[in-house]
Design a protein around this ligand. Sequence first.
Ligand SMILES: Nc1nc2c(c(=O)[nH]1)N[C@@H](CNc1ccc(C(=O)N[C@@H](CCC(=O)N[C@@H](CCC(=O)N[C@@H](CCC(=O)O)C(=O)O)C(=O)O)C(=O)O)cc1)CN2
Ligand code: MET
Ligand SMILES: [Zn+2]
Length: 774
Amino acid sequence: MKTTNLGYPRIGSKRELKKTLEQYWSGKINVESLLDTAKSIRKENWLLQKEQGIDLIPSNDFSLYDQVLDLSVTLGCIPERYSALTNNPAFSSHDLYFAMARGIQKEGVDITAMEMTKWFDTNYHYIVPEFTKNQTFNVSSDKIVNEYKEALELGIKTKPVLIGPVSFLLLGKEKEEDFHRIDLLERLLPAYEEILQQLSDIDAEHVQLDEPYLALNLTEKEQRAVHQTYAYFTTKFPNLKITVANYFDCFGDNIETALSLPVHTLHLDLVRCSSQLDDIIESGKLNSYTHLSLGVVDGRNIWKNDYEKSLKLIQKAIDFIGAERILIAPSCSLLHSPIDLNLETNKENLSSELKQWLAFAKQKLGEVATLKKLANKENLSENLEKLKKNSEAHANRATSALIHNQQVKQRLGALSAKDDQRESTFPTRQKLQKEALDLPLFPTTTIGSFPQTKDVRSWRANFKKGNLSIDEYNALLEKETKETIEFQERTGLDVLVHGEFERNDMVEYFGEQLNGFAFTSFGWVQSYGSRCVKPPIIFGDVSRDTPMTVKWSAFAQSLTEKPVKGMLTGPVTILQWSFVRNDQPRSETCTQIALAIRDEVVNLEAAGLQVIQIDEPAIREGLPLRKEEWDTYLNWAIRAFRISASGVKDETQIHTHMCYSEFNDIISNIADMDADVITIECSRSQMELLDVFATFKYPNEIGPGVYDIHSPRVPERAEMVALMEKAAKQIPVEQLWINPDCGLKTRHWPETREALIEMVAAARECREKSSVLA
Ligand SMILES: Nc1nc2c(c(=O)[nH]1)N[C@@H](CNc1ccc(C(=O)N[C@@H](CCC(=O)N[C@@H](CCC(=O)N[C@@H](CCC(=O)O)C(=O)O)C(=O)O)C(=O)O)cc1)CN2
Ligand code: MET
Ligand SMILES: [Zn+2]
């Protein structure tokens, strides 16, 4: 029996990579310093995994920005528009790499970034590969081999990890008509073959190919592609031990395909799909030589493993194929876990009672190693003690007084059908809101946050450290908010925002104020590139004691005659971007949050806010991976949003906002949310979203984001007008708003000012053209 790991967080336990990247981008350090930091993180990670008792330690799980982008670059899959960089000695390979990730506007070159979207149902975002009909693939980087050699110098023979060819193709997008990307497989396989050859030339023994698409609904053709791929690889490389890793859900209908693969190891996510092992046993179709990697330790949540439960699964697998064909593993890459629970020493954030129930990435590896020893009956006395402690922790969580609140449970039980309905239907509300707000055609607004500058962050850090009093901190925030309101008035925006300067993060901020939530000091998880989040931990029933946002929204509204939008995060997003308790259905936790947000919405209205936005950017990402389960999720998720939005009168305009996902397949459910206005990401995908409106008539108002805020690039007015013209072809102009595609917190002020001035100018141009557009 062996222990194995699928991937380790690469941001660094003190976010070293994040800090170095941002310094590099701002020109403060050179590329060598950046690469040095990267190298030391890899070293630390490899040694730590060894020390924790992992036998098969991954390499190539490191990335400077994103592992999918790395693979695109490795395979020479670089969109044509970057040729201005590849043929120009003024630009290095790193310039090219970061230009693909973030866009570039420098030395006469102006190229947009590649699209970014959610990695399955996580809050991690990857850079979407772009394919053309005649796409070629040429191995053009040594990253995989180099990292293998780097670890070897430390005495560690790693297991290189890369995304498998079928998933790589499916993760991407066709940039031309008339072909399907899966048809590129035959051209792609020789490139993979070259990489596998290089690895086998340097005596790599194991390689892990991730095929998470095996957890989704695949067509027969795609299933055949998976089979063909691994039949080919195993014939070509009979001595390479290939693991095919599936995670985030069951194989479902792909189980026959998975079991037909002639590979050395299949990895199973037994956290998301504990019945998978039984399915395999009952099928009787596992190859006689295939090992099973049992993903029993949850890579997606922070709860301590339940050893008794895991050991039952492991024992069942041992009885089935024998211990020597078993590997013990986390359920998926630990990229999605915070790094080290031992860093959490602040008892006000995380009490010792709570802490004993938790395990972060490093601790999870320890759990994997302990489970192996328990299953192998190694060092019995020491490990039986660990088992006993583990059972005790689970027993006292089950009965803890921290968790249950009868009032919350009663309120949930008393909900009735009318609690998720506005008073009138949209046409009536729209008329009343038009009278109340008196907005022009193509009203302009932003999504909520304005730049979270170094200054703003340092005020908060100093306030938390006690270097600033609450009054001093508030005074600074008031000044920042006031300047932001003045900027918006000067620029001519129609619906203003307060800027969210008081918030560390749109989820953590609410988590800090709601009962039933705990938060960490260092529990950072990478969201994209250098950006991280610190997801709160929902451990108990959720309730709200006092208003959470009214003070800042009312303050901002007091500064202007223009309407200010109250700004809230919706229940589904708070749920999705937190670590959620696993002792009751997610739907129940979500409804509890919905009631807390509903109370906040009602309070904002009473404080004079006529427009209130309830952000739900995570609604799409929360969808189960398999379509069979979509309806159940959508029913409770959409209802939770509606509960949160339905406590106000018709005149109050409810907005929602969504970004960075593919929305076309759930557009009618989004319409069912019945928000008066939705602002939605559209720009990086060139308004592809709008295609769906050719057949689906979106009933309410909508602001398709006109520029990409995740890139520092300033959009041109003409670009934005062109996007709105495209929108006006599908949606009546009376329904259209103009806004960026997400909040501006990651941007700096200079580009923010320029971009919004251009955006308002674009709106004026659209108004002038409106008779033509209509
Ligand atoms: N939860 C969440 N998920 C999301 C989004 C989001 O906004 N939130 N947006 C989408 C895209 N993802 C994003 C994720 C993170 C960030 C982001 O900006 N994160 C910040 C951290 C935000 C934060 O928590 N800030 C804290 C802590 C800031 C900090 O680093 N403080 C310094 C000290 C600063 C100083 O002394 O100057 C430190 O702790 O070392 C604060 O402001 O209080 C970052 O990585 O830089 C943006 C987008 C999708 N998913
Ligand atoms: C990821 S969606 C962000 C919405 C939030 N109101 C903001 O502007 O930052
Ligand atoms: Zn957004």
